[in-house]
Write a protein that binds this ligand. Structure first.
Ligand code: GLA
Length: 377
């Protein structure tokens, strides 16, 4: 998407010029899966696929947003927010949370567009939320506090939309830096930026499978983790040690495996950050592979397509490691490949995946991009 095209779409719809264009990216999680709601560590990066909103400020408190993809509108008054259905709920939810925290919001006319595939594990909903927050901040002229807005967007998703997600996606979309992975402590929300080595490419491998009922399976994993923490007598699984886990009595076999994933995954994130600092790509790749195995066997959130995709990636000599990314149950895998053979890697994995699964993959090299921002003026 570019500014001119969006300006044209805005003009075609509203017969006016936008005052602002804002952008908020999707994310790919490099490692640290299902650790965020256990107060743990994650290492995502914002990707070069995003949600854009072009907007003109109104003098009243009406919000009118036209979606270029869905060709539908979401229209509501900031005086009277009521729950409805569809993509507009993410925007309304953000408005609701902002007003709850006493932000004085102004209405706007807007067009919204984006190129993050939905339901693929790349956080298209967090991107809509952060783009909406950025739009309100521009229109209503309040200062942009990225971490605060990420927390508020998560609340919108938890309370307005009704999805019990952790904080990773919103933080990644809000606060990432171009060229860096984001090492986030989900308890303190302390952030460190880890530079990505120049000789590797991060490749997104979309299995093209989307599983329904992800939310109920996700919530079930969350409650199993909470149960494990309770039985181990710790505040969250972030505080549990592998040794204590191995000697713990009373945990059911399944809860024990869920907890083991979280405890070992947290350790893998810390090691991955070290491997990045040491430019030890080989080790980083091994950690990716170990993470996938743990998500497959202990946490049980992969599906056949994700397992096949990870195998297809690892078969290539230019691959350092591959794993599922995001909530799981379908969607995307992420692989680390040698930069100079990344394009061949993409085609070879797509061919091999088609052979083995009968499905069409969509694979692409992605760049670590900047968090939510105003791109015009
Ligand atoms: C989804 C959630 C995140 C996180 C991941 C799994 O993307 O929105 O908060 O829990 O799943 O790591």
């Amino acid at each position: 998407m570019d500014i001119q095209t969006l300006e044209k779409s805005f003009a075609a719809h509203f017969n006016a010029k936008p005052n602002f264009i804002v952008r908020a990216p999707g994310r790919v999680n490099l490692i640290g899966e299902h650790t965020d709601y256990n107060d743990g560590f994650v290492l995502p990066m914002a990707i070069d696929r995003a949600v854009w909103i072009a907007l003109a400020v109104r003098s009243d408190r009406e919000v009118r947003v036209h979606s270029l993809e869905y060709e539908t509108d979401s229209v509501f008054s900031l005086f009277d927010l009521t729950r409805g259905k569809g993509w507009g709920e993410y925007i309304k939810g953000v408005a609701y949370e902002l007003q709850k925290e006493n932000f004085d919001l102004r209405g706007f006319d807007a067009v919204i567009t984006g190129d993050i595939p939905r339901g693929a594990g790349l956080s298209s909903s967090a991107a809509v939320e952060l783009a909406a927050a950025r739009a309100f901040s521009a229109a209503s002229d309040f200062e942009w506090d990225a971490a605060r807005m990420a927390k508020l967007a998560q609340k919108a998703e938890n309370e307005w939309v009704g999805v019990n997600c952790g904080i990773m996606d919103q933080m990644a979309s809000a606060i990432s830096k171009s060229g860096y992975a984001l090492f986030l402590d989900c308890r303190s929300l302390e952030v460190q930026y880890a530079p990505l080595p120049e000789n590797i490419s991060v490749v997104i491998l979309d299995t093209s499978t989307r599983r329904k009922l992800v939310e109920s399976a996700y919530n079930e994993r969350r409650s199993q983790c909470e149960e494990a923490a309770k039985q181990l007598g710790v505040q969250a699984l972030r505080d549990a040690k592998l040794e204590t886990l191995n000697s713990a009595h009373g945990l059911s076999e399944i809860v024990m495996r869920r907890a083991r994933h979280v405890v070992t995954e947290n350790a893998r994130v810390l090691e991955a950050v070290k491997a990045l600092k040491d430019k030890d790509i080989k080790r980083l790749g091994e950690l990716f592979n170990a993470s996938h195995e743990s998500l497959r066997d202990d946490f049980e959130v992969t599906n056949d397509a994700l397992n096949v995709m990870a195998d297809c990636a690892r078969e290539q000599s230019s691959c350092y490691g591959a794993r599922m990314t995001g909530a799981g149950f379908g969607g995307c895998a992420v692989a680390l490949a040698e930069r100079e053979s990344a394009e061949e890697f993409v085609s070879a994995v797509s061919v091999s995946y088609k052979e083995k699964s009968g499905l069409d993959a969509s694979a692409y090299v992605c760049q670590a991009s900047e968090g939510a921002s105003v791109v015009f003026p």
